[in-house]
Design a protein around this ligand. Structure first.
Ligand SMILES: [Cu+2]
Length: 105
């Protein structure tokens, strides 16, 4: 009986964690490590600064308007995307840094 309960709770935990994905996008050599990323509604993206200087992450897109501020090497900031659509992501410090996140239903 106890074994069954443990198996059941393990299944429930797996179900809870697999409902929404967590992706990591790096910022390295003044570029986002991926130019495009497709995720599902409700997924979270962690932006990780891998450069020895500050980066910023922001978007003015209708599907997700945000500004994560500036943060140094080794730190990350997360965004959860609740609406479907294309989100253009940029860095305010380095205008050439751009990537697109496609949020699908
Ligand atoms: Cu930057």
């Amino acid at each position: 009986m106890k074994r069954t309960l443990i198996a059941l709770s393990t299944l429930l935990m797996l179900g809870a964690t697999s409902a929404f994905a967590n992706e990591v996008v790096g910022q390295k050599n003044k570029t986002f490590t991926v130019a495009e990323l497709t995720i599902k509604k409700g997924d979270t993206v962690d932006f990780l600064n891998e450069d020895p200087f500050f980066h910023n992450v922001f978007s003015l897109s209708d599907a997700k308007l945000f500004d994560l501020g500036s943060f140094p090497q080794g730190e990350s900031r997360s965004v959860t995307f609740e609406e479907a659509g294309d989100v253009e992501v940029e860095c305010a410090i380095h205008p050439n840094m751009q990537m697109t996140i496609h949020v699908v239903e």
